[in-house]
Design a protein around this ligand. Structure first.
Ligand code: PBG
Length: 330
């Protein structure tokens, strides 16, 4: 008797397909990155990220209210820092009245229940566009960790729920965790960018914040001395396990699509939530192909997001969050 098994029975129509579907996307899966700028009445489109914007604080309020209405309950804040406030040491990063600190308060005022996570790294504040302090042509680790720790405390003081260190310095999670305990912020969360690769997919993000490494003598031209080599797999596990030991509540793999093998491996290995960042270059690629009429934007977007979750993502940071949720709500 042939065939005894007909797998197509479970694919006959949408009703049976939805009954046996293994991966379901919901608004609860998303963390929404938001770009903030100084000024008033500003909502400017990022050239390499069509339909994605930088907001001044006044318009940020309306945006987070809209996100909340759509069922999106977590945001990840990034700030574009004016050039005059940049230096080598991230002085502005710890200003209690800096743009990030005000952005945190703005979001919490507009939408008190919104979960606020903040980017912790020096690049938007650095005249050199690096995530740490430069000395003798190198990004120095321990002094950078000190500033990143101070910066983290300042974000929590301003009202953030979680910090998200994206800098890849060694030992920063432990340092931040200890500072939170010492300063009486035992409830403050840490989502660590644990396995963050030195990727060419971050280009549009660096346009958005004007934060690319500068091309100057004695300044490293890339971030390969701290972000991971994309050829490596075991190193991702090592980094992630260390961050958990040091006190991370959530770990992250970044970028997304090219790294789903790493996501699955980490998901199988650890018992904390795993976040995946579908980064700016991934967003830009689909936008560009869709603009040309070469790909069906919404179909490819849903396929990619589902693939990220299927690979093991408990949380997805994505510039598509709003678009996806609008489709889910339809
Ligand atoms: C900064 C930071 C980057 C991203 C998140 N935080 C860029 C970088 O490391 O150069 C990339 C996000 C994206 O491309 O969407 N430390």
């Amino acid at each position: 008797m042939y065939p005894i098994k007909r797998n197509r029975r479970l694919r006959t129509n949408e009703a049976i397909r939805s009954l046996v579907r293994e991966t379901i996307i919901s608004p609860n899966d998303f963390l929404v990155p938001l770009f903030v700028v100084e000024g008033k009445g500003i909502k400017e489109e990022i050239a390499s990220m069509p339909n994605y914007y930088r907001y001044s604080l006044d318009l940020l309020q309306a945006e987070v209210k809209e996100l909340w209405k759509l069922g999106l309950k977590s945001v990840l804040l990034f700030v574009k820092v004016p050039d005059i406030l940049k230096d080598n040491k991230g002085t502005e990063a710890v200003n209690p009245n800096g743009l990030m600190q005000r952005a945190i308060k703005t979001v919490k005022n507009a939408c008190p229940q919104m979960l606020v996570m903040t980017d912790v790294a020096l690049d938007p504040y650095s005249i050199y566009g690096h995530d740490g302090i430069i000395e003798d042509g190198k990004v120095i680790n321990d002094e950078s960790v000190d500033v990143l720790t101070e910066m983290s405390v300042s974000h929590i003081e301003a009202g953030a729920d979680f910090v998200a260190p994206s800098d890849m310095m060694d030992g920063r999670i432990l340092s931040i965790r200890e500072a939170f305990e010492d300063e009486g912020y035992a409830d403050a969360g840490i989502m660590s960018y644990s396995a963050k690769y030195a990727s060419a997919f971050y280009g549009p993000f660096r346009d958005a914040l004007d934060s690319a490494p500068v091309d100057a003598q004695d300044i490293p031209k890339d971030k390969k001395s701290y972000q991971m080599d994309y050829a490596n797999r075991f190193e991702a596990i090592r980094e992630t396990e260390m961050d958990i030991d040091e006190g991370a509540d959530i770990v992250m793999v970044k970028p997304g699509l090219c790294y789903l093998d790493i996501v699955r491996e980490i998901k199988n290995e650890v018992d904390v939530p795993v976040a995946v960042y579908q980064v700016s270059g991934e967003y830009a690629m689909l936008k560009a192909a869709a603009e040309k009429g070469w790909l069906d934007h919404d179909a490819v977007m849903m396929e990619q997001i589902t693939a990220i979750k299927r690979a093991g993502a408990d949380i997805i940071a994505s510039y598509f969050a709003k678009d996806v949720v609008k489709i889910l709500n339809d």
